[in-house]
Design a protein around this ligand. Structure first.
Ligand SMILES: [Zn+2]
Length: 378
């Protein structure tokens, strides 16, 4: 076993204590006051770790964002950590889902996704400082608070802060098998609006333009865009239309969810959805893109680099694709090497059985510490 791994194993109990403090600060995305309290704790942690600067980006609707920096004046491009501190669990979940440990697993709301990720990253910094091995290179640490609703407000902040970085480390949970996510699907939401003309269904149906019939034909055509073999899915997921049982409906609103593996597939689907033509004369069809995340495409050689560093510290890692998206999608699309799924091993994200495999905490801290010390400047 490497000296470093041995050291972090000795820190495991302290990591668990800090994780409990994090989890017991509940932080549902929609509860700004609670998320801000957790941000206060995070600021204390950054102060303890002697950050050169801590910037709090005040937000009106969601919890504040934070940016901490170490070695601001050192040479080289920064390594950027990205952690979201919000969870999907409404405030009060702790009452029915309290923290507990069982068979080497740690249970608690938000523990796996992704409070353990914060603990791992900060432990790597803490450990390297304690061992006097903290590298003299710029290290930035971004905290966001609305990842679980798709990062609508933090996306431009992430893009600005990631610009010019050497490497982005996303501390989202690993897969149950402990895989680093080497690629992630992108996704986009679309709103489809169909307009027809209302008319009495008994007295003058011929004067109406039935928006539901127009929608039905569009929905079948949209469904044809699915190409599951190649990782593209296009799903009509919600529909709303009609006003009364005896009225030809004049309006339908629908929601479309899209997922893809490549930028080309994303653009092809976008092109089709934004160029739908009405089937019924007089009907109007409009499809507008909402929030989206570009795909995180695998970078050749990136995983192998991490694997080699892990090996030097007795940590063997695995890599694989993920169907879900994360904030890493934004930075990967900017062409910045991005490693995702560096957080805890475990399972059950977004559920009441989410848990962390406790032994993965020191293991991942070792890997992160190795990356901070040994990642070569490009
Ligand atoms: Zn997450």
């Amino acid at each position: 076993m490497s000296e470093l791994l041995d050291y972090f194993k000795g820190q495991q109990d302290e990591m668990i204590d800090r994780l409990t403090t994090m989890v017991e600060h509940e932080s549902f995305t929609r509860d700004k006051a609670m998320v801000d309290k957790l941000a206060d704790y995070v600021v204390e942690q950054f102060e303890e770790l002697n950050a050169d600067s801590i910037t709090r980006m005040l937000q009106d609707e969601v919890g504040d964002f934070l940016l901490a920096k170490w070695n601001e004046n050192a040479d080289g491009k920064p390594i950027l950590f990205m952690v979201h501190i919000d969870t999907v669990h409404p405030s009060g979940t702790l009452e029915t889902f309290p923290v507990r440990q069982e068979d080497g697993k740690y249970y608690g709301p938000g523990a796996f996704d992704m409070k353990a990720g914060f603990i791992i990253a900060t432990e790597a910094i803490r450990g390297l400082q304690a061992l006097d091995k903290f590298p003299d290179r710029p290290i930035h640490f971004l905290i966001t608070s609305e990842e679980e609703i798709g990062s609508p407000l933090s996306e431009p902040v992430i893009r600005e802060i990631a610009e010019g970085c050497e490497l982005v480390l996303v501390l989202e949970p690993a897969t149950p098998e402990g895989e680093i996510k080497t690629s992630r699907k992108g996704g986009g939401k679309y709103s489809l609006t169909i307009e027809g003309r209302a008319s009495h269904a008994g007295v003058a149906p011929q004067q109406g333009i039935n928006a539901i019939i127009e929608f039905a034909q569009q929905a079948l055509e949209i469904n044809q865009l699915n190409d599951l073999k190649n990782g593209t899915s296009v799903s009509v997921t919600m529909v709303n239309g009609g006003t009364a049982g005896n009225v030809i409906p004049d309006r339908v609103e629908a929601h479309i969810d899209t997922r893809f593996l490549s930028v080309e597939a994303m653009e092809a689907v976008h092109d089709k959805l934004t160029n739908l033509y009405p089937k019924i004369p007089g009907a109007k069809v409009e499809c507008v893109k909402g929030h989206s995340r570009p795909p995180m495409v695998e970078v050749p050689g990136l995983f192998e680099k991490v694997e080699a560093i892990g090996k030097d510290y007795s940590v063997s890692i695995y890599g694989g694709p993920s169907g879900g998206g994360s904030d890493g999608n934004f930075t990967a699309a900017m062409g910045i090497p991005t490693l995702d799924g560096l957080g805890a091993h475990g399972d059950g994200a977004h559920t009441l059985h989410e848990h962390v495999i406790i032994s993965s905490l020191p293991r991942q801290a070792t890997l992160i510490a190795g990356l901070l010390m040994d990642w070569e400047q490009s």
